[in-house]
Design a protein around this ligand. Sequence first.
Ligand code: CMC
Length: 455
Amino acid sequence: MTEQVSTLTVTDNRTGRTYEIPIENGAIRANTLRSIKLDESDFGLLTYDPAFTNTASCRSAITFIDGDAGILRYRGFPITELADKSSFLEVAYLLLAGELPTASELAVWESEITHHTLVHESIKKFIDGFYHDAHPMGILLSSVGALSTFYPDAKEISDPGLRRLQIVRLIAKITTLAAFSYRHSIGLPYVYPDNDLSYAGNFLNMMWKATELKYEPDPILEHALDVLFILHADHEQNCSTNAMRAVGSSQADPFSAAAAAISALYGPLHGGANEQVLRMLTEIGSVENIPAFIEQVKSGKKKLMGFGHRVYKNYDPRARVIRQIADEVFKVTGTNPLLDLALELERVALEDEYFIKRKLYPNVDFYTGIIYQAMGFPVEMFPVLFAVGRMPGWLAQWEEGLLDPEQKIARPRQLYVGHEERPYTPIEDRSPDFVGASDSIAALAAQAAPARPRR
Ligand code: CMC
């Protein structure tokens, strides 16, 4: 990318002074605004950007998105080409190393990942401690964080060899932990990894193996899952990647940072959206109910889950690939009745002025849940599958952040809007209406719903 250096001229109307601010890569450095002051005692101008909607937090060479054109590339390669020609582990290598591997490099990489899939036996005891109906995403984020206690060398984040070892461990073990979290929830014994199988094939083995001596994954489902992992592998500075980088910036070990990233992904506006799409489609129930549902969305009572994106203002290119692999999967599993409902919902939404005006299109999560459900995954596992796919991207972004000489501990500023300094009132002088009853903790507690006993 050629760097264009030009400037921005700003006049501060409070003082009449004019400043010339350099523009690099279509951005100004927020810190240059600090020289814009009322006087010497003034802190200088800040930018205010509550959800980072217009703030670049890093320079990155990993993923390129053009949200208006619907383009997604990893290290310069279009996502559609990678989904068509690559494997998930090859894409993971690409994201981390910056280049596609040679055949021998790929063989070494695959062997390394395959030979790190086992977890310490004590992790099983840790997982056993969860309540039987614990959400697998909660189990996953806790057990990934717990791995840091098994690998104290993970703290050595400036050692490239040890960094690579933790990267291999995380990509390898997340499938095992993901499958264990599911097996725990249905009370089945854990299945150990099978080194003869591919990354996706082994994951299916650990999910579904029953009493057979050797589990043989269906090659079409194995391939579909591999492609779904590729589609989720990175997506530049999204909420969970931002969490990974922010925690990593404090030089915490990558297991702890990855636990934070999984926590961020858990939310229904991010990786939890695929689960919510399925719940939404089930609630809509049939095609006749779509118009009423759309009206509720337009009046702000509901959200059309799986639609809209902070960056894409066009069809998400991943959603197109997913539509294709859905057809492959349904040939094996039989169709999912929710597919017809989703197709009709998409058609109605894309013709509606509300969605057209706001440039709301299906995102990656709109169709993944339907495929996962057809493959037999329960809804609670959908965000877990997202986390498995996203792990290489988080790690590539984490390492890029650590190696970037411009990065420091992530520490935003705030605009303080609270009280000025005020005198402390001793407790005996505080009357019941001291802070205003509606604000008091007692009043909040009275409003809270009574705690429900556990089953
Ligand atoms: N249904 C109905 N209205 C929507 C939706 C939606 N799914 N998404 C955005 N809007 C409306 C929003 O109400 C706003 O309208 P108005 O201008 O009248 O206030 C306008 O569109 C702009 O939306 P926004 O909330 O300012 O956009 P954002 O960039 O802050 O939010 C988003 C992006 C993904 C959180 C949001 O589109 C959303 O909540 N979508 C549903 C959840 C979802 O599918 N999430 C998965 C995202 S893709 C995978 C991932 O990255 O995790």
